[in-house]
Ligand binder design. Sequence first.
Ligand SMILES: Nc1ncnc2c1ncn2[C@@H]1O[C@H](COP(=O)(O)OP(=O)(O)OP(=O)(O)O)[C@@H](O)[C@H]1O
Ligand SMILES: [Mg+2]
Length: 267
Amino acid sequence: MHQPHSPQSSAPATGRGAASADSPAAAAMVDLRDVHLTLVGTAGPVNILRGLTLAIPAGQSVGVVGPSGSGKSTLLAVMAGLERAQGGQVQVAGQDLSRLGEDGLALFRRQRLGIVFQSFHLIPTMTALENVAVPLELAGRRDAFDRAESALDSVGLAHRRTHYPTQLSGGEQQRVALARAAAGEPDLLLADEPTGNLDATTGGGIVDLMFALQARHGTTLVLITHDEGLARACDRMVRISDGRITEDSGDAGADRAAAKAARAAGG
Ligand SMILES: Nc1ncnc2c1ncn2[C@@H]1O[C@H](COP(=O)(O)OP(=O)(O)OP(=O)(O)O)[C@@H](O)[C@H]1O
Ligand SMILES: [Mg+2]
């Protein structure tokens, strides 16, 4: 189903997801326009996203930063079709998410997305290995368990595969969640604080893994983080405040992307 991608570079890409200079929107993996979302809590309505516009070309890595409560996780939920925008347009991987029903959205997520939730969302009654393998099985991968084993291995958790989530540390749960999100080589990986519970060395390994996925498969990465160093290591950094984009480094990171691709190709 997935085409192998050549490593990313700042030169025009080829194949699906190719960005062309004259029609960037056509190649956008994420295209959000004037998105509005208000949720009603016990204390009344909260106007969370207030006209947020963001287009992300296929294959780009974007670090999203912003203060606590600014709407980052909500933005991720909108991109994943887990929250519906009340205004504006939400197009992801060429799909207008407002046109999909709940089943369609579930299928869309299974086939195209990998999501690392801020609170992991592992299934408590399944082992680490099952947590990673079951979504692959649901997506029809016959090699689900083999893939899951190697995904767990790549996050350094081969020795924990029979552990249940309650038998794992916070950082280990986070790594299982990352293995689950990455194992299917998604077109779009959405990660909410993927290194939030990890020490610098382990976190660095996880970040390398995500960038390797980007280089190898052309995966578009959206990494929500409080770590500005990680955000700056992405091709592009955007800042969100009060439910809007207030800063965008644009393509300033294109050189870094090329250097990263060269490193990935060499190693
Ligand atoms: N279901 C909900 N009902 C009402 N308000 C909500 C709901 N979910 C989130 N909010 C509010 O929306 C705002 C944005 O929340 P969100 O989780 O997107 O922030 P965030 O930028 O991810 O913050 P953090 O960095 O702390 O994770 C917060 O003020 C939060 O209290
Ligand atoms: Mg959050």
